[in-house]
Structure formats: C-alpha cells, structure tokens
Design a protein around this ligand. Structure first.
Ligand code: AMP
Length: 515
C-alpha cells in the first residue's frame, strides 16, 4: 500500500465531530488536521445569510445564534428535511452533511492535493435509506464515494492494523472475537467481529441511531435547568440562545465529570445566574436508563453472534462517549473483562476507513488485497404483502438481519389478472411483522410487462444486498426473453437533478453519471 499515486482517504462523518485520515507513504493511517489545525472538526454548520461556515466557528455560534446552526444533522439523515428551519429554508439533512464533507474535502486538499476518492463510514445500524443518503452527501460534496463501511468494522480494522494483523500473511492465526462497543455523539453501535488473520468478519450487529453523547448532554442540561428553575422560577431552555449556551457548558462539564467527581456549571438567563454543582453520581443516576439501553443491546448482540463472554477476547471501546467511566464500569461488570481503549477513540474509525480506501485503490490498480471484510445486514429486509384474513399490511421478511453479505434472495410475485402490465413491490426494513412499523426503503414498480400475460403469471424479483449494505433490485420474467429494468423509487431520497443542483451549489462541480 506504499507510494499511492492516489491518496487513500477515509472520512468518519460523525454526529458531533468528523475526522479525515489518509494512508502515509508506508501505508499507515494518519489523521489530517483541518484548516483550524485540529484533528476533529465539529459537525456543525452555521447559515449566516450567504455565508456558510462549518466546524469550530459554527460550534461557537451555537451558543449565541442557535437558530442559524445545524447540529447533529446525522441524526436526521433518512428524513425528508432537517428538523430545524434555517434562515427560512428547510434543508434535507444530507445536504447539511454535504456542506460538512465539502469543508473536510477542501481542508484535506490543502495538505494532500486534489483528490476525490474516499471511503465514508456509517453506523452499522444505519438502514439502507440512510446509507444511500450518506453516499448522496458525498456526491453533493464533490467526492467519489468508493464505498461506505460500518464504523465498528472500521474500528476493528484499525485495531487489527495496530496489532500487526494486516501485515501477516498466515491465516493460521487463532480467530479472535472482538466486541466493538461504539458510543459516539449521536449514535450507538455494537458489533461482534471475528478476526481470522487478515479476514474481518462481522458476526452480528445492533444499535440505536438516536442514542449517543448528545442524550447524556441533554440530561445534564435538564438537571441544571431544573435547579435554575427552583431558584429563579424561569426555564433557560425556553430561549434558544440560553439553551444553546447551557448545552455547551454541559457538554464541557460532562467531559470534566469523566475525570473528576463533581463539576460546577454556570447557567445564566434573563440576567440571573446560578452556579449549579453536579456530582458524578448524580449525573450517572440521571443517565442510568441510557446506559442500560446500551447494556441490553450489547447482551442481545453477543447472543445473536452465538457467543458468550468467555469467548470474547477483547472489548474494544470506540467513540468519544466511551470515556465516561460508567461505560467502562458497566462493560467490566457484565463481562468480567477489562475493556480495551488502545485504539484512539476519536480517530480509529477514520483510520479504518483510510485502510479500506487503500485496499480499494490497490485493487483498482491490480495489487492484491491485504485484508478482507465481511459484513452482515443490520435490519431485516422484507416486502409488503396484504394479509388475506385481516387485510393488514404485513412485512414478509426475505433477508433476516445479521445475514452475511453479499446476499441475494428471490421472490416470485404473480400477476392478479389477465393482461396485467405492471406490478408494484414495496420494500421495507425492520423486524416487526407489521409493515407499518417498519422503515419504508422504497417502491419498485415493474412496468412494461409484455402484453397478453395470463393471470398469476410469475414475475421473479431478486434482491441483492451488496457488501456495503446497499440494495439492488432486479426483475426477470421466466420462460420469456423479456428483461424488465427497474429502479427503486426511494423514500425521502433526492432526485438526480436535485443532487446535481446541490453539487453545483455546494462545491461548484459539474454532474457526473453517479446513480
Ligand atoms: P465521537 O462522535 O466519537 O467523536 O464522539 C463525540 C461524543 O463524545 C460527544 O458527545 C462528546 O461529548 C463525547 N465525549 C468526548 N470526550 C468525552 C469525555 N472525555 N467524556 C465524556 N464524553 C466525551
């Protein structure tokens, strides 16, 4: 992987912070600094009339101009629009992500020269809709997203590199089971990996795309605000500016509580000031249920991987929020093992992504792969059918969760009536038997069936999950030469025209044939 002609770049597009890494001449991952000289770029965008500012300055502005700032946009990815109206406009969340990626791209160019090929990481628990939206964000930011890779897998690859696994050629190494516990700013992921020499195999994955350090911050904000209210009979959370300022103070105090037993948090509103003392114990009590949610998911995932704690060789801590002592204590208590924080919690994911980018570039240049990754799907994939008895919409699961990828499944649909020319297939992801409780991925209409087909004519639809968790759908009519092309009409997805328009606006680059 040395002497890359094309830089191998990996991007950890985080909920609260983002990190860019590349491989150096020796094939080692290094974190790039941004234009401000920092390794971590806050994933915050300030919309200041015509000016769009990303990163540290936008984060600062959150305390004084919260109404113009977009923070935690990753949490909204998959929804049609960001939850806040910014300067009178409603932006799709992936557009906000694209502004962040564009800043990361421009800052990286300053150091390594022009590049466009990248690997971007996503939480393992991201569904297909969110994965596609993340790829779209990359396109709008002028990047060529070679692949998306799950964050815990990337962390495990970085760990494997650090342990020297990637430079070994032998496959006789004893398999190691690594449980990656990844608690970031806005998402929680847990993945059980098997590392066999240079093979990284995900056995099971689970998580919560709306659980992260941000929720711990919120609890601290509530604790402080309630104390303030008792003293001054008014709530600082009702004013966006006071709330924004308090949030920043609390995020800072939370970090202090990771190393100290108590902290004093200033809170100011309508000219009144309180100095609120919070102990680590009070903070831990107020957030116990959040931690319990991660514990429950961790235990379930281990079970899904078919392992017990005695078979886990390492518990790898990833994500800034694993610095909270309560996380480490909880894992130690349930596993009887000391969690490993030997990979840099904030940078490991970007490093793993850069290693994966290096691998892809090497393959494109005809060099052999130094390691392989095998993923599982994080959500069951199903098609919507109508229950003949209850007439309710049912989720007919085709590919259960935690199936090794890539995977292909076929399903035969039948026409209802003579001469039918089209069929509509609705695709969902989720575990519930009721389709209405699942996430719609999209609709796939099979049009232009040949004329004159009898009723109940079979139409074979194949669903292909690619190694990166993205879905492709193909349709075939057996016993005829008729090929039916189809595309998924995605829920909440931007059209190619919109993507091109945003790409031009955000980074000034012309469209490509990206789909
Ligand atoms: P990541 O997305 O992995 O960069 O994680 C960012 C999250 O980690 C944010 O919610 C931070 O507040 C949190 N974080 C970073 N450092 C600490 C710390 N020392 N103690 C507690 N939380 C932290």
């Amino acid at each position: 992987m040395s002497n890359e002609s094309i830089p191998a770049v990996g991007i950890d597009l985080g909920t609260t912070f983002s990190v860019v890494a590349r491989l150096d001449d020796q094939g080692r991952p290094v974190t790039l600094v941004n234009a401000e000289g920092d390794h971590l770029t806050p994933s915050v965008v300030l919309f200041d009339r015509e000016e769009i500012i990303v990163g540290k300055e936008a984060l600062k502005a959150l305390a004084t101009e919260a109404e113009r700032c977009a923070e935690c946009s990753k949490r909204d990815v998959g929804h049609r629009v960001f939850h806040k109206v910014l300067e009178g406009k409603q932006y799709p969340p992936e557009v906000i992500e694209a502004f962040i990626l564009n800043k990361l791209r421009q800052d990286a160019i300053q150091q390594i020269g022009p590049f466009s090929k990248v690997v971007i990481t996503v939480p393992a628990y991201f569904d297909e809709v969110r994965r596609k939206a993340t790829q779209d964000a990359g396109y709008m930011a002028g990047l060529e997203v070679m692949d998306i890779i799950n964050e815990p897998t990337a962390a495990a690859v970085a760990f494997g590199f650090q342990q020297g696994f990637l430079s070994r050629t032998t496959s006789s190494d004893e398999p190691q089971h690594v449980l990656v516990y990844d608690l970031g700013g806005g998402t929680f992921d847990v993945t059980v990996m098997e590392i066999r020499g240079t093979q990284f195999i995900a056995l099971a994955t689970d998580g919560d795309v709306r659980l992260g350090g941000y929720d711990w911050d919120q609890r601290l904000v509530d604790l402080v605000a309630e104390r303030f209210m008792r003293e001054h009979l008014c709530d600082p959370r009702e004013d966006p500016r006071a709330a924004g300022k308090l949030w920043r103070e609390c995020e800072d105090a939370k970090r202090t509580l990771s190393v100290r037993q108590k902290v004093v948090i200033p809170c100011e509103y309508r000219g009144m000031v309180s100095q609120v003392e919070i102990t680590r114990q009070q903070f831990e009590e107020a957030t116990q249920d959040l931690l319990d949610r991660t514990r429950f998911t961790t235990v379930q995932t281990l079970k899904a991987a078919g392992l017990d704690w005695s078979e886990v060789d390492r518990i790898l801590l990833v994500g800034g929020s694993t610095r909270m002592p309560a996380v480490r204590n909880m894992l130690q208590q349930i596993s009887g093992k000391t969690p490993d924080s030997s990979v840099a919690a904030d940078e490991a994911v970007a490093h793993g992504a850069a290693l994966h980018a290096g691998l892809l570039i090497a393959q494109q240049e005809g060099r052999p792969a130094t390691f392989t990754i095998r993923n599982v799907n994080s959500h069951s994939l199903g098609v919507v059918g109508i229950d003949p008895l209850t007439k309710r919409r049912r989720n007919g699961i085709l590919i259960p969760r935690n199936t090794p990828l890539p995977v292909k499944r076929r399903r035969v649909f039948r026409t209802h009536k003579d001469g039918q020319r089209s069929i509509l297939v609705q695709i969902v992801e989720g575990e519930s038997p009721s389709a209405d409780d699942c996430t719609p991925v999209g609709r796939c209409s099979v049009r232009n069936l040949p004329p004159g087909l009898p009723a109940r004519y079979p139409v074979v639809v194949s669903f292909n999950y690619e190694p990166n968790g993205r879905l492709k759908v193909r349709v075939r009519l057996p016993q005829t030469h008729h090929m039916v092309e189809t595309e998924i009409v995605r829920e909440n997805s931007l059209s190619k025209e919109h993507l091109d328009g945003w790409r031009q606006y955000i980074c000034g680059l012309p469209p490509t044939d990206y789909r």
